[in-house]
Design a binder for this molecule. Structure first.
Ligand code: ZN
Length: 242
């Protein structure tokens, strides 16, 4: 079977709609969501509704947590805080009710799913490199842990000799006995110098996982953000993917 994993939509409706359209053509049976529906972008309510409608497993990210009042936005950097304050004003009661059913982590087949890291899901740790990955491989019993949060698609592999290495590329072929921590990238705010929306497809028949990159109307998203007077940096970064 094939399933899709999407994460870090961040209120970017244009990116989410085009990703869902792309997923429709891939013959997947399920879509799972790894967190951060809201924050940064203009359409938090629309994105919450679409994720709720299309996704099977739905996880909370730190921005979702904050908009629900479970995390203080003081923990955010200044720009994230400005956009969070904007989102808190825009978010509807119905959206909060939907988010209340999202989980902190979940499992699907041989895959552990969490927004940031498996060791303490609600501490929102960024797994940025091999050292960061090392502490986390003992924290899940499945072969593969899927994460989002950094907005950078990449893969950390623990081999049978206990060596950890990082692999970046368009696809990952699973090897028996290896463990994986895979960052699935971001739909609404990619930060790997590629502005196209990013998500991952898992094909369990061939034991392969591959990224899809989807172009969307970035100019339209930016115009909406300008009208909403969101921070300039958030608007500009979408065009360059940083
Ligand atoms: Zn995020």
């Amino acid at each position: 079977m094939k399933f899709a994993l999407i994460s870090d939509v961040h209120g970017n409706l244009e990116a989410l709609e085009d990703v869902l359209r792309d997923i429709e053509k891939q013959g997947v049976e399920k879509i799972h969501f790894l967190g951060d529906v809201v924050g940064y972008g203009c359409n938090p309510n629309e994105c919450v509704r679409l994720i709720d409608k299309h996704c099977d497993i739905k996880l909370l990210g730190n921005h979702d947590y904050a908009v629900m009042g479970l995390e203080q936005s003081e923990n955010f950097n200044q720009i994230a805080r400005v956009s969070m304050d904007w989102t808190v004003k825009k978010i509807k009661k119905k959206s909060i009710q939907i988010l209340a059913d999202f989980e902190m982590s979940s499992t699907f087949l041989d895959y552990f799913l969490v927004h940031a890291s498996p060791d303490e899901p609600d501490s929102w740790t960024y797994i940025l490199d091999v050292n960061g990955a090392r502490d986390n491989f003992d924290e899940f019993s499945q072969s593969v842990c899927m994460v989002g949060h950094t907005h950078v698609p990449t893969c950390f592999i623990l081999d049978k000799e206990n060596t950890i290495f990082q692999q970046t590329g368009e696809s990952i072929k699973r090897v028996d006995g290896h463990k994986y921590i895979i960052n699935i990238g971001s739909v609404g705010q990619p930060r790997d110098n590629d502005p196209r929306a990013c998500y991952l497809i898992v094909d369990t028949d061939t034991d392969t996982m591959y990224y899809r990159r989807v172009e969307y109307d970035i100019g339209k998203t930016q115009d909406k953000m300008k009208r909403a007077k969101l921070p300039e940096f958030l608007i500009e970064r979408l065009a360059i993917g940083v």
